[in-house]
Design a protein around this ligand. Structure first.
Ligand code: AMP
Ligand code: MG
Length: 492
C-alpha cells in the first residue's frame, strides 16, 4: 500500500516570515502528467513514499496540481545582475515554492517546482519548461551530488502532456526540485532595493538561522553572514573547478546563500582542459568561462555585500570599508579549498612525505600539471585516472595523453617522489561524468520518448568512481570534432 503525505508535510514558514518576498500562486493544469524520473532515495529521505508518488495522484502532486489541504504555493521574488546588468525584478517566472519539508536528518529542505506555468514574475516568458532541460538538471544534479558537490536536487521530472514552443515544438515538463533553500544573492538585492531595512534584517536573520547559525553569535552577525556565504561559495566553486564543471550562467540570481549549486541551465563538463572553455550559446563574451568562475563568484559576492551594507554599519562609508575587508575571506577560502581539492586529486592528503607538504607546494604542483594538460588540451577527467595508474608504476597511460614528454616526465618524477596514494586518488577522481555528447544523446532520446539512454547515463554518473565493465563508452571523451562545435542552451 502506498501512503499519501500528511497535510502537515509542507511548512510555509518562508511565506509567513517574509510575506513581502512572495506572491501566493497556483500551478497551471497539466493536460496528461506522466512521471519520467523519480529519485526514490531522495523521496524516502524527505519522508515521501515513492510508491505513492508513482500513482496518478502522486504525479499530480509533483506538478503542483493536486496538493494536500493547507499547502499554499508561492512564487518567490528576487532581483539580479544578469551578465553584469541589473534587473530589479526577476523572481520565479515559471516556478513555485510548495513549502519546506524536514528530511530524515532533521534538515529543512525546500520543495519547489520549475515549469509550473506563468506567474506574476513571468514578464515575456511562457512559464513553461521543456522535457530536455529539466532532465538535464536531473542528470547533472545527480552527478554533482554523487561527486560530493553541494547541489539542489531533482526529486522528479514529470512530462505535462502539453507542448512548449521553442525553436521547435517540444514536450513540456515540470521539475520537482529540492534545495536547502532558494535564497539567492538576488533575493537580498531585491530586499535591499525596497529600502525597507526591517525586511532586509528579517531576511538576513532567516538566512542566518537556516544556513549559517554560527553567525548569530558573532560580534557582528551580518558581517559574519557575509563571511560565511563567501566561504560556502569559495568551497563550492573550488569543487566545480576540481571536477571541470562549467555552471554557464553565474548571474547573481543563480548564486545561493546556502552554497548549493543552482540553476545550471546551460552547464557542461570540460573535456579537453582549457580555462577559456565556454559552452553556453548566450555567453558570447566568455564572462562565465570555466576559468572565470572564481573571479565572477567574487564579483557576485560583492553584490551580496552591497545589499547587506545597511545592516553592517550605520555610516555607509565605514560599512563599505568593513564589507570590502570581509570580502577578502573569499580569496583565502578559495585558495585553501583549491589546495585541499588538488591535494586529494593528486593522492597527497596523507603519508610521511605528502602529508607535510605546504598548500603553496600543492598549488604549484597542481598548476604545473594543468599547464601540461592545457598544452595538449588533454581530457581533464581521464588525465587524473591515468595519473592514478602512474602512481601504481604505469606511466604510459598518462604519457600517451600529453605532447611535451620531457616536461611530463619531469613533472611525474617530481610528483611520484612524494609517494602519492593511488587508491585514495581513485576515490576522488571520477571515471564517469555526464559527458556532453552522452547528455545530448540521452536528452534527444528522452524527448523522442525513449528513456533508456537516460537511465543508463544516470546509473553511470550516480556511481562515478567505480570502474564497471560494460560502461566503457561512458568513460571515453567525445568523438573527434564534437567538442569543437558543442554549445548548450538555456532552454528558456
Ligand atoms: P534562469 O536563467 O533560468 O535562472 O531564469 C532567469 C529568470 O527568467 C528568472 O526570473 C526565471 O523565472 C525567468 N524565466 C526563465 N524562463 C522562463 C519562462 N519560460 N517563463 C517565465 N519566466 C522564465
Ligand atoms: Mg535562475
Amino acid at each position: 500500500m502506498s501512503t499519501a503525505p500528511s497535510t502537515s508535510l509542507l511548512d510555509d514558514r518562508y511565506a509567513r516570515e517574509l510575506p513581502e518576498l512572495v506572491v501566493p500562486w497556483s500551478a497551471a493544469e497539466a493536460p496528461d502528467p506522466q512521471l519520467l524520473v523519480l529519485d526514490d532515495d531522495l523521496a524516502r529521505d524527505l519522508g515521501l513514499d515513492p510508491d505513492w508518488l508513482r500513482t496518478p495522484e502522486g504525479t499530480r502532486f509533483l506538478t503542483g496540481t493536486a496538493l494536500p489541504d493547507g499547502v499554499r504555493p508561492v512564487a518567490q521574488a528576487y532581483a539580479g545582475h544578469q551578465f553584469g546588468g541589473y534587473s530589479p525584478r526577476l523572481g520565479d517566472g515559471r516556478a513555485l515554492l510548495l513549502g519546506e519539508l524536514t528530511d530524515r536528518a532533521g534538515r529543512r529542505r525546500d520543495l519547489h517546482l520549475k515549469g509550473s506555468g506563468r506567474t506574476p514574475f513571468a514578464r515575456g516568458g511562457d512559464g513553461l519548461a521543456a522535457v530536455g532541460p529539466m532532465l538535464r538538471e536531473h542528470v547533472v544534479s545527480t552527478a554533482l551530488h554523487a561527486l560530493g558537490v553541494p547541489t539542489t536536487r531533482a526529486l522528479a521530472v514529470v512530462a505535462t502532456g502539453g507542448a512548449v514552443q521553442r525553436e521547435s515544438v517540444l514536450p513540456g515538463a515540470v521539475l520537482a526540485r529540492v534545495a536547502a533553500s532558494h535564497l539567492r544573492v538576488g533575493t537580498f538585492q531585491y530586499a535591499r532595493a525596497t529600502d525597507d531595512v526591517d525586511l532586509l534584517r528579517r531576511l538576513a536573520d532567516h538566512a542566518i538561522e537556516r544556513h549559517h547559525p554560527a553567525a548569530r553569535d558573532a560580534e557582528q552577525p551580518y558581517l559574519a553572514l557575509l563571511e560565511s556565504v563567501a566561504v560556502a561559495q569559495a568551497e563550492l566553486v573550488a569543487r566545480w573547478m576540481m571536477i571541470g564543471f562549467v555552471h554557464g550562467v553565474l548571474n547573481t540570481d543563480n548564486v545561493t546563500i546556502s552554497g548549493e549549486s543552482i540553476d545550471f541551465g546551460p552547464c557542461a563538463f570540460l573535456e579537453g582542459y582549457d580555462p577559456a572553455t565556454v559552452f553556453s550559446s548566450i555567453d558570447t563574451g566568455g564572462r562565465y568561462a570555466y576559468g572565470n568562475q572564481p573571479a565572477v563568484t567574487q564579483w557576485n559576492l560583492a553584490r551580496f555585500a552591497e545589499a547587506l551594507l545597511p545592516l553592517i554599519e550605520e555610516d555607509q562609508e565605514r560599512a563599505v570599508a568593513i564589507a570590502t575587508e570581509a570580502l577578502g575571506t573569499f580569496g583565502r577560502a578559495y585558495v585553501a579549498a583549491w589546495a585541499e581539492g588538488m591535494r586529494g586529486k593528486l593522492g597527497l592528503a596523507a603519508g610521511p612525505l605528502a602529508g607535510s607538504l605546504e598548500d603553496e607546494a600543492v598549488i604549484d604542483l597542481g598548476q604545473a600539471l594543468l599547464e601540461l594538460l592545457h598544452g595538449a588540451r588533454v581530457d581533464y577527467t581521464s588525465a587524473f585516472r591515468a595519473l592514478g595508474q602512474a602512481a601504481r608504476g604505469e606511466r604510459e597511460a598518462f604519457r600517451e595523453l600529453v605532447l611535451d614528454l620531457p616536461a611530463a616526465d619531469a613533472w611525474l618524477d617530481r610528483w611520484l617522489a612524494l609517494a602519492p596514494d593511488a587508491d585514495a586518488m581513485d576515490r576522488v577522481n571520477p571515471v564517469y561524468i555526464p559527458r556532453n555528447h552522452l547528455v545530448e544523446e540521452a536528452l534527444d532520446a528522452a524527448t523522442a520518448g525513449d528513456l533508456e539512454p537516460l537511465r543508463r547515463l544516470v546509473d553511470a554518473v550516480s556511481r562515478p568512481f567505480d570502474v564497471r565493465p560494460g560502461l566503457e563508452r561512458y568513460a571515453a571523451p567525445a568523438p573527434e570534432g564534437f567538442g569543437d562545435t558543442f554549445q548548450t542552451f538555456c532552454g528558456t
